[in-house]
Every structure is written in structure tokens, then in C-alpha cells.
Design a protein around this ligand. Structure first.
Ligand code: AHM
Ligand code: MG
Length: 355
């Protein structure tokens, strides 16, 4: 049983200690990425406080700007907490000298971060951060888990100019780090810089994340499949056949409507998450840069796999900032079985534009 305060007493790593210790694994590391990851931990604590007290502090429900409900770049209604989480992560990331640009689900374009404007160093930082500040936010009003997802790329263009779109349009295999925060029955931050996946649980009594889940790996057993079955009537029939096969193997269904929560459970218990494209909308719903790619990176680091209908998702170079993608991620054997069934399908989903 994990008891955070006990871990604190016996001196187990805090997030900050762990991140700094791991830095030594990378020859020539400067500490810049460590600083950025601990800043993300700080923003997560701020958002966590508001998520936990949302029912009392009047920040449930839909966000309104000048009396009208507001929508994000995808045309989706923004919750008050979406806006708060976006502002909080953006503010903290902008103050980090290592960040040169941010792409957020809640904002249409690149948020450029020019440190020289504030007399705080030279031009733009070297890291590009892609973030979904509050994923699954419609769950907040009904007291179910939500999450934050982030991916960090190294920019390719010179630091002296504003980042270009191509600095963000890199395949998941090029991620320097990725992770998520799960605001659930306890709050966890899970991340990887490429040498495995580690999970930290927040101890609210002292305000620290402590290492609680070292070296997370998908277990051997395949137990769970996570899918919104209202989305499978108009998709590749191979997916229904796959789900039927899952049931025959004794797997069970679990779906929260929050990708982070479903991914996290499947990582711990052994399972697969599915959000297919449809014949009407081959690109599906989920976003490539700040939902699919970071989780694909983590899945791979944890011994799992990720694909869209026709490709290994790690191999895809995105073509636009808010590109959508079908997403199948989780246990490697489940993904392999699903892929072979989709390859043999008589009615495959057409390749979405931009892939
Ligand atoms: P969001 O970024 O607008 O919150 O949408 C993403 C969420 C995922 O967390 C979740 O798995 C999925 O959308 C649920 O969609 P649906 O309601 O279609 O099943
Ligand atoms: Mg989202």
C-alpha cells in the first residue's frame, strides 16, 4: 500500500529529486529539461487545488466571455476549469526560461515566449511544449477524473527567431519527454524522458509529488478494453470483431470519458484504449500533438504500442497544430492483434487527410 507521508518520512524521492538525479543519465545534460519538468509539476499542483475544490469555489460549469459561452479552436465548449488550467500552465511555462513556444488545445496558434523582452536572457527557449491543460473536462461537473497531457520537443530552428510551426510538427519518436497528470482519487504525475516511465503521487499534506510507481510497464495480462461503443457503429467492422474477441478472451470494458484516466488504468491493469475514426470523420476526435503523441511515447516506454488505423503512430509526422487522429494505444499484444484484424478488413476506414 502506498502511503505518501510514510514515503516522505523514509526519504523516498520527490519529483524534483528524481528529475535531477535522472539528469545524470544523459551525457551533457544542462538541467534545462529538469527545470521545465519541475515547473510542470508546480503548475499541476495549482490546477489540482482548483480541481479538488471546484464544487465549493464556483468554478464548475461552462466558461462565459462577455455573457456568451466560449468555445476553443475546435469549436468545443470551454469549461471554466479548462480556461483556468490553460491560463495556469501557460503562465508557468512562459516563466520558464527554457520554453520557446507552447501549443495548447485551448488556443488557436503558437504561444511564443520571448525572454529577451523581459530582459531575462537571450531570445527564445529551446523547448516546444504541446499541452492539453485539462483533458476530459466535461467530467469535472460530475466529479470524475480528469487529466493534463504534455509533450516536449526540442526546437529545430535558431533560438533567435520565434518558433515556427515545423518546430512542433515532429513525430512522437522525436519527443524529448512526455507525461500526464491524473486528477483522480489521488493526483499523480507520470512522465518519461526516454528511459522508462515513472509515476509520482501527490501528498496534499506537504504539497509534494513522491515517487510511488517506479518503472511502470504494461503487465503481461490483457484485462481491459476502453471504448465508447456509440462510436463503433460507423467504423471499420474489424473493430467490432476485435472487441468481440476481447470479450471471448475474458477481457472486460471500462471507459471513463477521460483519456488520461483510461490510459492510466490500462497501463496498470493491462488494457487497450480505442478511439477510431469513422467513415464520416476518418480523422477521429483526439488531437495528435497533445493527446495522441505524448501517450504513444509513454506507451512505447512502458512496453506497449500505439497505432491509428493504418500506421504505427510513432512514425507519423503531423501536418497541422490541431490535427486529429484515430487512436489505439495500450498493451502491445492487443495492439498487434487489432492491427492485424484491421489490415485484413474488407471495409477499412480511409486514410485521413494529412497522414
Ligand atoms: P477533450 O480534450 O475535449 O476533453 O476531449 C478528449 C476526451 C478524451 O479524454 C476522452 O477519451 C474522449 O474525449 C471522450 O470522447 P467521447 O465522449 O466521444 O467518448
Ligand atoms: Mg483533450
Amino acid at each position: 500500500i502506498f502511503i505518501p507521508t510514510l514515503y516522505a518520512m523514509i526519504g523516498v524521492n520527490t519529483l524534483q529529486e528524481f528529475v535531477v538525479a535522472r539528469q545524470a543519465d544523459f551525457a551533457g545534460a544542462t538541467g534545462d529539461l529538469s527545470r521545465l519538468l519541475t515547473d510542470i509539476g508546480t503548475a499541476a499542483k495549482m490546477v489540482n487545488m482548483h480541481v479538488n475544490s471546484a464544487g465549493l469555489s464556483g468554478i464548475l460549469g461552462v466558461h462565459k466571455a462577455q455573457g456568451n459561452t466560449s468555445k476553443n479552436v475546435q469549436g468545443e465548449l470551454q469549461q471554466k476549469l479548462d480556461v483556468y488550467a490553460d491560463e495556469t500552465f501557460t503562465r508557468v511555462l512562459k516563466s520558464c526560461l527554457k520554453v520557446g513556444g507552447i501549443v495548447s488545445e485551448e488556443q488557436p496558434g503558437i504561444i511564443h515566449v520571448d525572454h529577451s523582452e523581459r530582459g531575462e536572457g537571450r531570445g527564445y527557449g529551446k523547448y516546444m511544449v504541446c499541452i492539453d491543460p485539462l483533458d476530459g473536462s466535461s467530467n469535472v461537473d460530475v466529479n470524475i477524473s480528469v487529466g493534463t497531457i504534455f509533450g516536449i520537443y526540442r526546437r529545430k530552428s535558431p533560438l533567435i527567431d520565434p518558433a515556427s510551426t515545423s518546430d512542433f510538427l515532429q513525430p512522437a519518436g522525436a519527443l524529448v519527454a512526455a507525461g500526464y497528470v491524473l486528477y483522480g482519487s489521488s493526483t499523480m504525475l507520470v512522465y518519461s524522458t526516454g528511459g522508462g516511465v515513472n509515476g509520482f503521487t501527490f501528498d496534499p499534506s506537504i504539497g509534494e509529488f513522491f515517487l510511488s510507481h517506479p518503472n511502470m510497464q504494461f503487465p503481461e495480462e490483457e484485462r481491459v478494453y476502453s471504448v465508447n461503443d456509440a462510436r463503433i457503429s460507423n467504423t471499420d467492422p474489424a473493430i467490432s470483431a476485435f472487441l468481440s474477441d476481447c470479450r471471448d478472451r475474458g477481457m472486460t470494458a471500462r471507459y471513463t470519458g477521460a483519456l488520461v484516466a483510461d490510459f492510466h488504468r490500462n497501463l496498470i491493469q493491462g488494457g487497450i484504449y480505442l478511439y477510431p475514426g469513422s467513415f464520416d470523420q476518418p480523422e477521429g476526435k483526439l488531437r495528435m500533438l497533445y493527446e495522441a503523441q505524448p501517450l504513444a511515447f509513454l506507451a512505447k516506454q512502458a512496453g506497449g504500442a500505439t497505432c491509428c488505423h493504418h500506421h504505427d503512430l510513432l512514425d507519423i509526422t503531423p501536418t497541422s497544430l490541431h490535427q486529429r487522429t484515430p487512436l489505439f494505444t495500450g498493451h502491445a499484444s492487443s495492439i498487434a492483434r487489432l492491427r492485424s484484424m484491421m489490415r485484413a478488413s474488407a471495409h477499412p476506414i480511409p486514410e485521413p487527410a494529412g497522414v
